[in-house]
Design a protein around this ligand. Structure first.
Ligand SMILES: [Zn+2]
Length: 238
């Protein structure tokens, strides 16, 4: 389904949706409908949107906000500070503890808001993918570029030095594999990026099965081919 609604409006609705604040996509009128429990007529309004012309945006759960805080803690470079944040999330009232620590470390405030915004963007992009919605204005989508690397250009992260094809899943051959490496310009951090990556790999390189190697400067995609049966379904391991 194609919608004319701007991405940021959908993202805001996903962020704000709760058991008190209901958000729906009105497919016919191409807009977002907001119904608050505070309104006297909210029950009647909620009945009106109970049909196929509307898509409900599910309430945001506290555990979703919790995992956004958790993933932020993993990005803190200062070990002692990271430990403080980690402990704050383990104790009672983790949301309040976290907020207090952010307030005590003003240099982290901007990073935190950026991180939260990035996570919400990914959530919104996943939501669009799951609901099979295509937005008319695609300016929110990063431009995805995949280029094949020449043997000398491949720089794998240290821990992936021994990673490679081990066995063909079709014929069980264990040797002579040819591996191609590709560089992805953006991290594949949500389902829309993954879907677009799949499309480009298939259309540009004719490859449907590939692996991801993360941890380096850029994400690397790998694809191996069996010399005996030409299958690309190859088991890779260390
Ligand atoms: Zn094979």
């Amino acid at each position: 389904m194609k919608l004319k609604i701007p991405f940021d409006e959908i993202k805001d609705a996903i962020e704000q949706a709760s058991y008190e604040h209901h958000y729906f996509i009105d497919k016919k009128n191409q807009k977002i409908v907001f119904i608050s429990e505070v309104e006297d007529v909210h029950e009647k309004k909620l009945e009106e949107v109970e049909n196929d012309d509307f898509i409900c945006i599910e309430p945001r759960m506290p555990n979703e906000d919790f995992s956004v805080m958790q993933s932020f803690v993993y990005e803190i470079r200062d070990f002692n500070l990271a430990r403080k944040f980690h402990e704050a999330l383990e104790k009672r009232k983790p949301f309040r503890n976290f907020k207090e620590l952010i307030n005590q470390n003003p240099d982290l405030t901007e990073k935190w808001f950026k991180h939260r915004d990035k996570e919400l963007t990914n959530e919104a992009m996943n939501w669009l993918c799951i609901n099979d919605i295509e937005l008319e204005d695609k300016s929110f989508m990063p431009k995805i570029e995949i280029k094949e690397l020449k043997p000398g250009e491949v720089k794998l992260p240290e821990e992936f030095k021994d990673f490679g094809p081990v066995a063909c899943m079709k014929c069980n051959n264990k040797e002579g594999f040819k591996t191609r490496y590709f560089e992805l310009n953006v991290p594949s951090e949500n389902m829309l990026i993954e879907k677009e990556t799949e499309r480009i790999m298939k259309e540009k390189y004719g490859i449907q099965d590939y692996g991801h190697i993360c941890g380096g400067e850029k994400e690397i995609l790998t694809s191996s081919e069996c010399p005996k049966c030409k299958s690309k379904e190859i088991f890779e391991d260390f």
